[in-house]
Design a protein around this ligand. Sequence first.
Ligand code: ADP
Ligand code: MG
Length: 475
Amino acid sequence: MSDTAALVWKNCLHFIQDNIQPQAYKTWFEPIVPAKLSEQILSIQVPSKFFYEWLEEHYVKLLKTALTKELGKDARLVYIIRMENTFGNKTPFTESIPSKNRNSFNTQEVDAPLNSYVGELKNPFVIPGIKNLQIESQLNPNYNFDSFLEGDSNRLARSAALAVANKPGGTSFNPLLIFGGVGLGKTHLAHAIGVEIKEKYPDKTVLYIAAEKFTQQYIESVKKNTRNDFIHFYQLLDVLIIDDVQFLSGKTGTQDVFFHIFNHLHQNGKQVIITSDKAPVDMQDMEQRLLSRFKWGLSAEIQLPNFETRISILKNKLYRDGVTIEDPIIEYVAKNIKTNVRELEGAIISLIAQSSFNKMDITLDLAQEVVQKFVKNTKREVSIDYIQKVVSEYFQMDVETLQSKTRKRHIVQARQLAMYFAKKFTKASLASIGNQIGKRDHATVLHACKTVDNLGYTDKQFRKYVEDLSQKLTL
Ligand code: ADP
Ligand code: MG
């Protein structure tokens, strides 16, 4: 790191610190490392892409003001993302992204390279006959094998994918069909194969395409009378990755053209990789001849990840994002979100974002709130009876005591907690809650809810009751 970069950044930090909340400063600015300064361009290193996106979205104005103060109106900012591929100590690589905010930073740089893979397939009909077919592979470099954690649920699919990546077209896994439920990593794994092949065999032409887009391109080509060019283009590939093939269900024209492309590639020893949300036997409205082709190679299922795998996926994600969250909270999230890795990651991202946005610590309570939003559809309804039972057990009293008219403090508190959770976890009206919890009126219930809310803020011991109980009630 150069001294001048460090100095400029230090001054910027002073300014930033004065202008935002301490928690936000700690979360988003302390981890940044100044890397270099050349002319009016300051490069800073951030721990992850998520981090960079967050800064761009929330703090770009502040950064601009700070930097302009230091370097004048031509000041510009470049982010360097430090990515560690694994927990091991492989050499990290970095990615440089000029701040996207052109106006505020007067940048003349081109678009962020990291985003280039999401671009449109620029020219799908490259003139054939040119030796080195120049196409953009449409691969996401972040979806690689290193970032795809292995577990019982994906071991077969992952190792088949690796075998294919090592020897595209040269294994019996052709086509390789990866299937499994939503959000379990099919797209990630499919990209990983492509990324690995491009790394090992830079000259091979690889194309990732979603079946939906393939269909659109085909329809377009029919309209423009370029159907043959379309087929020809795809037949020139070395590796074709087609994602979510179930999308072709019922689309006979597209299935037909895919069938021809597939045969051509397969006969020429080219690799085809297919993903689907269903096993071939369960695919409906798919031509039989296509289904039988799918069965030529290997169908590998990705199943639901078990608890350990969910934990390691979360920890890996946090590690990459440079964020620490306590184990019990990670475990809570992993325990409650079971069926979808995307949601698992989503919950964590939303947790980080919420805590940062509302300047709260990441507590179990916050985790519960966030997780609930993700699992609301699958959550079973808790009854008021059940709540009273759980609360009574927790305070080692029986339900009659909880409902009794006594004014003993600990019993009153238990009753208020039961009312609070009944309001929070059921759809019952205040009147009906009061009626079921010791025949009280709605005003008593309302008062109970407010009291619990207040005590939850001011009384540490009480907050612990709330957290414990809400965990018990949502498990
Ligand atoms: P699908 O295509 O099956 O719907 P994706 O491949 O889009 O699922 O995966 C959803 C998210 O979960 C992605 O962000 C992906 O990186 C992540 N993910 C899934 N499986 C794993 C895994 N085994 N290790 C790390 N991340 C994973
Ligand atoms: Mg997918």
